[in-house]
Write a protein that binds this ligand. Sequence first.
Ligand SMILES: Nc1ncnc2c1ncn2[C@@H]1O[C@H](COP(=O)(O)OP(=O)(O)O)[C@@H](O)[C@H]1O
Ligand SMILES: [Mg+2]
Length: 238
Amino acid sequence: MRSIVLANQKGGVGKTTTAIHLAHGIALSGKKVVLIDLDLQGNATVALQGMSISPSPDPVLSELTAVAENLWLVPSPGAFGEVPRDAKVDFERLSQLTQSLAASIDFLVFDCPPRMDDWGWAGVRLGDEILVPVQAEFFAMHGLSQMLSSIEAAAAENPGKAKLRGVLPTMVDYSDPVTGEILQDLRRNLGDRVLRTTILRDASLVEAASFGNTVFIHSPATKAALCYAQLVKEVMHG
Ligand SMILES: Nc1ncnc2c1ncn2[C@@H]1O[C@H](COP(=O)(O)OP(=O)(O)O)[C@@H](O)[C@H]1O
Ligand SMILES: [Mg+2]
């Protein structure tokens, strides 16, 4: 089992959108995937509500919410207003859950909250690979170096865990004349830590989310669907 964590202390950079498309894209390739929503706001949980299939007969996975073929969700406890917003994460329980899934599935994807609180760090400590979505905007580097050093520190403290898999430029919009410069700047600063894939800005992602679905189902011919299919390939095959 590989586990991939979407983390960035900034909100609105595309963590949740990337988590659900990466998870669903890998599931569509035939691998078994569990998405764990670690954000008490439960955006990933809500964004998948339009997809639902009958529960899996697998005894381990039947505890989880089946959302599509090969895709299961561990919903955020906050998604349905069941817990206070300052609820503490039960790290031991989460750690046991991830261990118990290892034999049954191929990929685990964690969606972290915007503030890197207990929940976000739990994901980083439990995940093998960290993906950091970064909005391709003028202040893209701002706060990113700090985030990357924190991830390095977490990797040093948790051997075998929290390895940076890459920085993913999101909401890339080439009609904006400074976009090329911003991407060059990211690559100059971070070298091959920036993934080859970039995610273009595409309103179909917002629309698909409002239908509780991914663009792979809602609008498979869009730029966004192509970008996320490319990300799935890069993450799965290097
Ligand atoms: N590539 C994109 N193009 C256009 N809108 C996007 C894109 N990625 C995300 N969005 C939208 O931007 C908002 C923030 O994205 P989200 O994935 O929720 O960020 P985060 O989880 O980092 O807070 C959402 O409304 C989402 O639908
Ligand atoms: Mg989010």
